[in-house]
Design a protein around this ligand. Structure first.
Ligand SMILES: Nc1ncnc2c1ncn2[C@@H]1O[C@H](COP(=O)(O)OP(=O)(O)O)[C@@H](O)[C@H]1O
Ligand SMILES: [Mg+2]
Length: 248
């Protein structure tokens, strides 16, 4: 069994008046190195909040998060963020910038501002182009991202996350809104990063079939709690139960 790379212990966010509970309500989970884990749940369950908390974008009120054996604190957060790449829901690209410049933005955290004042260093540019090439986007490097297809944009976002060589990749609904072919390309890319480069992948998905096809394990979150942690074979039954409970 591989070592644990992400651990959440009793993670609780601050109380949300609108929900009458914390958004994350005592979340416990472990992700092991090299795993491909899918995070599932109905809208509003807390999936995005959980992913964001893993890179310190949602402050937690109680409990603890450990990433790569480093307990998360304001002091350790920069170090943790260098290990973790994030694909935000909706891509989060800057539409008017080229694919290449968007990828280079992934490097901003590592460069001092004076180093980018007159453009990014040549080595960063080379690396960004290489990543775009590996993701099949070489000929689109100088194109504005707003003019790329949804699937291409998502792959630009992947390249942007990869430029900091993360060990862990978090992806929030990376295939929502994509057609079947584009979705397959993006999922295959995540699978390749996982299998060939050993990157630990945690991704939010909505499609149970795709989850079962790609993931080693599923975490199902409902009303801010993990309600299922296990293999992907019987997810439909799990969801039927959650949906019934949600209607009550
Ligand atoms: N910054 C915030 N302030 C208050 N409520 C929030 C905030 N962010 C999310 N929420 C609420 O928390 C719940 C979980 O949101 P989210 O994590 O985005 O769910 P999911 O990604 O599973 O759809 C939702 O009810 C949402 O309205
Ligand atoms: Mg979400």
């Amino acid at each position: 069994m591989n070592e644990t790379v992400i651990e959440c212990r009793e993670v609780e966010t601050t109380f949300a008046q609108s929900l009458n509970r914390p958004i994350l309500n005592r979340v416990n989970c472990e992700i092991r190195r090299g795993e491909f884990v899918v995070l599932l749940g109905l809208n509003g369950a807390g999936k995005s909040t959980l992913l964001r908390s893993l890179v310190g974008l949602t402050p937690i009120a109680r409990g603890g998060i450990t990433v790569d054996n480093i307990p998360m604190t304001p002091q350790t957060l920069p170090k943790i963020r260098r290990q973790v790449g994030m694909l935000f829901q909706g891509g989060g690209l800057i539409r008017q910038l080229s694919a290449l410049d968007n990828v280079l933005c992934g490097r901003l955290g590592l460069r001092k501002s004076w180093q980018t004042l007159f453009g990014f260093p040549k080595q960063d540019q080379r690396l960004a182009l290489q990543l775009l090439d590996e993701l099949g986007l070489y000929e689109h490097a100088y194109q504005k991202t707003s003019s790329l297809s949804g699937g291409q944009q998502q792959r630009v976002a992947i390249a942007r996350a990869l430029i900091q060589s993360p060990q862990i990749l978090l992806a929030d609904e990376p295939i929502t809104g994509l057609d079947v072919m584009a979705a397959k390309q993006v999922m295959d890319t995540l699978a390749q990063l996982n299998k060939e480069h050993g990157i630990t992948v945690v991704t939010v998905l909505h499609d149970l079939g795709i989850a079962a096809e790609y993931a080693d394990r599923a975490l199902v979150i409902d009303a801010g709690r993990i309600v299922y942690d296990g293999d992907c074979h019987d997810l439909q039954a799990e969801f039927t139960q959650i949906s019934k409970a949600a209607k009550r």
